[in-house]
Design a protein around this ligand. Structure first.
Ligand SMILES: Nc1ncnc2c1ncn2[C@@H]1O[C@H](COP(=O)(O)OP(=O)(O)O)[C@@H](O)[C@H]1O
Ligand SMILES: [Mg+2]
Length: 284
């Protein structure tokens, strides 16, 4: 089992202990779920992924993976970032090789190369790109390498933080379909994926479960589960009335939160200004 359980998960960064980022997140992901996290910028989506990755420290009873607290980063929970995260001084192929070396310590170089080429092939990358430095690849190719590296590690949990946010629409659509395809091919052993996106459409195309976080200190304000029958496909995104309704509903939920936050910030500024005026007057 590869359950990920959030039990009233609260979190503030150690350098700003007074500013709660997560205000009590309750959620349970089952093995093989493809969870897309939506929410306005700054609501704590990346923070939530970093906690699952073990890059930030959570309270041991509030976040459990397979029933155990997350105490440190692990190759069982691989993170893929928007900015690719490839080492710039190594060739793109070596970036996959070194990750494999970390995980499969007894593999020889030819075994690692075989798997690296297999995953390059799965991501539609030509073999001759193996020896290129990341700087000499397009953004789409770099992100394919990052995804290839993530899948090559074959970890049961994959954490993807807006991985396709910087790509053009065509490359993005191709990569979305590839990731869904690779995930589905895992069958009963498929990975549990947490995927952060700011795009409602992307969430609808990818997710088995959509989770919307409210403004910080955030809690979950909406969830939606798809069955294999109700799962939207790309061609139904703008034509199927149910999918269109859900898309509008999700967009409205997020927009309302953004406006509510803007109102709150404005009110706080006005309050602070009024307080400043009062204290200023007192001085004179
Ligand atoms: N390393 C950090 N130290 C302190 N505060 C941080 C750090 N990283 C993010 N934050 C703050 O935590 C909040 C949530 O950020 P983040 O999780 O990146 O949001 P999102 O990914 O939803 O845009 C923001 O207010 C951000 O400024
Ligand atoms: Mg983020």
């Amino acid at each position: 089992m590869q359950d990920i359980v959030f039990k009233d998960l609260k979190f503030a960064y150690p350098d700003e202990p007074g500013k709660m980022v997560l205000g009590g997140v309750d959620y349970e992901a089952n093995k093989g779920d493809f969870v897309c996290l939506l929410g306005q910028s700054g609501c704590g989506k990346s923070t939530l992924l970093r906690l699952v990755a073990g890059l930030e420290k959570s309270n041991p009873e509030e976040l459990l993976v397979n029933g155990k607290p997350v105490t440190a980063p692990s190759l069982e929970r691989v993170m893929i970032f928007q900015d690719y995260g490839l080492f710039p001084w190594m060739t793109a192929g070596e970036n996959i090789m070194i990750a494999l070396k970390q995980k499969y310590k007894d593999w020889d170089k030819s075994q690692r190369a075989k798997v690296a080429y297999e995953w390059m092939n799965n991501l539609g990358l030509d073999e001759d790109l193996f020896d290129k430095l990341p700087a000499n690849l397009s953004g789409g190719q770099r992100q394919r390498f990052a995804v290839a590296r993530g899948f090559a590690l074959d970890s049961p949990v994959m954490l993807m933080d807006e991985p396709f946010g910087a790509l053009d629409a065509v490359t993005k659509a191709l990569l979305q379909d590839t990731v869904v395809d690779l995930w589905q091919k895992g069958g009963d052993n498929r990975k549990t994926i947490f995927f952060v996106t700011h795009s409602v459409e992307e969430a609808l195309i990818l997710a088995t479960d959509i989770v919307v976080l409210g403004q910080a200190p955030s809690k979950i304000i909406y969830t939606h589960h798809f069955t294999p029958e109700t799962k939207p496909t790309r061609d139904r995104l703008f034509t199927d009335p149910e999918v269109v309704n859900l898309r509008e509903k999700l967009t409205k939920i997020i927009d309302d939160e953004i406006q509510e936050k803007a109102r709150r910030v404005k009110a706080e500024k006005e309050q602070a200004a009024a307080a400043g005026e009062t204290s200023g007057k007192k001085k004179h």
